[in-house]
Design a protein around this ligand. Structure first.
Ligand SMILES: [Zn+2]
Length: 329
């Protein structure tokens, strides 16, 4: 009897401890897509990377194409190797609709040559902008673009990425271009099934709705989601922007208590290979202001998932899809 009581008390204590303590994912974290532009210095980005507990950041460069590899090398040195290179697809005006498509395409090829000549062991290409709402912001003046996977410049860009054994990262905005979302979804299913040996990663959750995500999972094996720009900070920030000055369609995976919404949590646990963690810092304030906070939101969110799911989304999936050959701990 005494033994039983002790066992019962131990059981109770163990369970109380588990429900009270907030579980934080403490394993390896890979940011699978972030960007460095002209508004921030190499030293500043390096400092932020060094101050945060993100093990590895896949970086692509914005701004002047001449400096891309040089800047990357400088950041790599200053972070002691905590970054890997993604060749940018947008430096030569790729997402500017008035820019000649062939010139934009040769710009990507040139950046690839630059990476090879600089002996950079790149792990892939940065996001290909398929759709992007107009911006009227002090940091980005932009007229917007609404293409699809059959558009000439998109097909050409994807062909360049296909030449390497790397994932194809696509930026589509299913909310901001709601009227085209069915078409884009069908095209994603088509391209995924036509190329079963490739992985397609949709940036910023593609601004997708739950039922559309389920549609993708049901109809493809190799179209996955990158979690960038779906955290509570981003959602708060976006509300202020709902004046037609930038994208308004970002989705948030989090509830008001800043935990993962149950429906998304379930979807992640049921499809642990279909999500890849990324922060996607773009502007200087992303790096300098809320980076730590957003990493914390995600460590908490990952902590609420099944252990195996958390480890895959945080590290394992990026490790496999980008062939990073690191140890996920
Ligand atoms: Zn993007």
């Amino acid at each position: 009897m005494k033994k039983l009581v002790i066992f019962f008390l131990a059981f109770l204590f163990f369970n109380l401890k588990n429900t009270n303590a907030e579980t934080i994912y403490n394993g390896t974290l890979i940011d699978a897509h972030s960007q460095v532009g002209i508004l921030i210095k190499d030293e500043e980005v390096s400092k932020e990377i060094n101050d945060n507990d993100v093990y590895l950041t896949l970086l692509s460069m914005r701004g002047k194409h001449e400096n891309a590899t040089k800047r990357y090398k400088s950041i790599k040195k200053q972070t002691q190797g905590k970054v890997r290179y993604l060749i940018s697809t947008k430096l030569k005006g790729f997402a500017r609709k008035k820019r000649d498509a062939n010139k934009a395409i040769s710009g990507i090829k040139e950046l690839k040559r630059q990476a090879i000549n600089s002996k950079i062991n790149y792990v892939g290409f940065g996001e290909i902008i398929v759709q992007h709402a107009p911006h009227d912001h002090e940091k980005l003046k932009y007229e917007g673009i609404n293409l699809n996977l059959k558009s000439y410049r998109i097909k050409k860009a994807i062909d360049i990425v296909f030449e390497d054994d790397v994932p194809i990262i696509l930026h589509v905005e299913l909310n901001d271009y709601e009227e085209d979302s069915k078409k884009i979804l069908d095209q994603l299913v088509e391209i995924g099934n036509e190329h079963p040996d490739k992985n397609f990663l949709l940036m910023h959750m593609a601004q997708i709705e739950l039922k559309e995500a389920k549609f993708i999972f049901k109809n493809t094996k190799n179209v996955h989601f990158i979690t960038s720009h779906s955290d509570p900070y981003r959602a708060k920030n976006e509300k202020r922007k709902r004046l037609g000055k930038a994208q308004t369609g970002w989705i948030t995976l989090f509830n008001k208590k800043e935990n993962l919404k149950k429906k998304w949590k379930n979807l992640m646990n049921e499809n642990p290979h279909r999500f890849v963690f990324a922060i996607d810092n773009v502007f200087d304030h992303h790096w300098k202001k809320n980076y730590k906070e957003r990493v914390y939101f995600w460590r908490k969110a990952l902590g609420s998932l099944n252990k195996k799911t958390a480890s895959l989304i945080a590290c394992g999936n990026a490790n496999t899809y980008f062939k990073l050959e690191i140890q996920c701990k």
